[in-house]
Design a protein around this ligand. Structure first.
Ligand code: IMP
Length: 445
């Protein structure tokens, strides 16, 4: 058995969905522990595209149990719509394969309204949020005024909490943002109906994980967004409102750190970012445009074009440190095929000084220019390659440079969107001992 955490090492959209889907084959439980419907995974299975925002991508494996942990913020209307859409394509979502934590905080209409109103007001300095109410919902959670899943199951508790919240939110919406007030009666009806629909799915995720762990079952923890979007360690304030690093898998699911066996980091072979904020290796010209087009770099949630740039190993190395990564998964290597000279950022030049970490101060990061090393590209179509030896020589050199600069072994290489377009070098569920050895996992007793 093994309990494995998967996280993004960059600014999200690294292709975690496909990796989780792949590894879900061996997992018994797949758990989301943070974020909400700001995330979006596009998965291609049997040639068909599936987009998910809330349900763990593991739902494609109908015999597995997916869990939404307490660290997630849940928009119940979106979840129900997702469940219905999956039903239409023949994928069942039942209490047997989905469990929602009673402790999970609920995104309310006023969270979405506040998110959008704040962004509009900021104008040029907007964060570029997904507008899904993520930040305001986490604010209420930390401010101890939030509404949780169990509240939706108890009309008296819900009514009292909604009344308390709506008075304050409507005051701010009306008086500060000149936004129309929201109708509490409408919200009450809508959300109590959601509660009834979700009642059979609600339970204690932490307890079920403890049982699963005691029985030696495999658990996969699925991170959303990426390390540079972490509320503490990312490029603040251009971040999301939760901790995206591996440590939060424990808090956001209700499992102790001694129960985790390994942590895998997903690295896109180049870098992308949606929304505002500094991006030292950004490519503003033709090559960036080419990567965007070939890589289909448009947001799965908002459809926004993603900003594209060279692989930035300063960013990846921060993720190695912050997550304690024991292995890397490289994705979208195929997108780089045909680019004659590839570049990798190995450090920053910040106002004349060399910097090997992402600085805390936004203005310093904005002043950073990447120090780029060049690597010869390859022209061979690699999408059908299934073994390391069959990769073009220059692709191997590019990958070896990533291993060498990060000091972390590559476990899996993804060379196309479908499940089988993958080279598995080492399976994290089947080499627990090796993983621990390589990751120097301090959590393992
Ligand atoms: P929020 O999470 O909607 O508050 O947005 C905050 C920042 O995180 C914005 O720059 C978003 O574009 C970014 N973001 C949120 N979720 C994702 C994701 O799943 N992938 C990439 N960027 C994301």
């Amino acid at each position: 058995m093994a309990n494995v955490i998967i996280v993004g090492t960059q600014w999200g959209d690294e292709g975690k969905g496909k990796v989780v889907d792949l590894l879900s084959e061996q997992a018994d439980f797949i758990v989301r522990f943070q974020g909400g419907n700001n995330a979006g995974h596009t998965l291609v299975v049997n040639g068909k595209k599936h987009i998910f925002h809330l349900i763990p991508s593991g739902i494609l494996h109908q015999d597995k149990k997916c869990m939404i942990g307490n660290g997630v913020v849940l928009d119940p209307g979106v979840l129900i719509e997702e469940m219905d859409r999956l039903g239409e394509v023949g994928l069942r979502v039942t209490p047997d394969n989905l469990l929602i934590s009673l402790y999970t905080h609920v995104i309310m209409p006023y969270h979405r309204a506040l998110d959008l109103a704040r962004e509009n007001r900021k104008g040029r300095t907007a964060i570029g949020t997904t507008g899904r109410g993520i930040g305001p919902c986490y604010e209420d959670k930390v401010g101890r005024g939030g509404i949780r899943v169990h509240d939706l199951l108890d009309s008296a508790a819900f009514s009292e909490k909604l009344a308390r919240n709506i008075e304050e939110k409507n005051f701010i919406l009306r008086n500060f943002f000149q936004h129309e007030a929201l109708d509490p009666a409408e919200i009450m009806d809508e959300y109590l109906a959601y509660g009834e629909r979700l009642r059979p799915f609600a339970g204690n995720v932490s307890l079920q994980l403890q049982e699963a762990d005691a029985q030696g079952r495999n658990i996969l923890f699925e991170g959303a967004q990426g390390t540079q979007l972490d509320i503490d360690h990312g490029t603040y304030p251009y971040v999301t409102s939760s901790n995206t690093v591996a440590g939060n898998a424990c808090c956001g699911a209700g499992i102790g750190p001694t129960r985790i066996d390994s942590v895998l980091g997903v690295v896109k072979a180049y870098t992308t970012r949606v929304g505002g904020g500094p991006f030292p290796s950004e490519l503003l010209g033709e090559t960036g445009e080419h990567i965007r087009k070939v890589g289909g770099e448009f947001g799965a949630t908002t459809g926004r074009p993603r900003r594209c740039g060279w692989l930035d190993m300063v960013v990846v190395n921060s993720a190695v440190r912050l997550n304690g990564l024991g292995g890397l998964v490289i994705t979208k290597l195929d997108v780089l095929t045909g680019i004659p000279v590839l570049k990798i950022g190995v450090s920053y030049n910040c106002r004349g000084s060399r910097l090997d970490i992402v600085p805390a101060e936004l203005d310093a990061l904005e002043a950073c220019e990447p120090v780029l090393e060049e690597f010869p590209g390859w022209d061979e179509d690699i999408e059908k390659v299934r073994t390391w030896v069959d990769l073009p020589k220059n692709a191997k050199k590019y990958l070896e440079a990533i291993e060498q600069i990060s000091g972390v072994p590559i476990r899996i290489i993804s060379i196309g969107p479908s499940r089988d377009a993958t080279i598995i070098l080492k399976d994290p569920f089947n080499d627990k001992a090796a993983q621990q050895l390589l990751s120097g996992n301090i959590y393992d007793g």
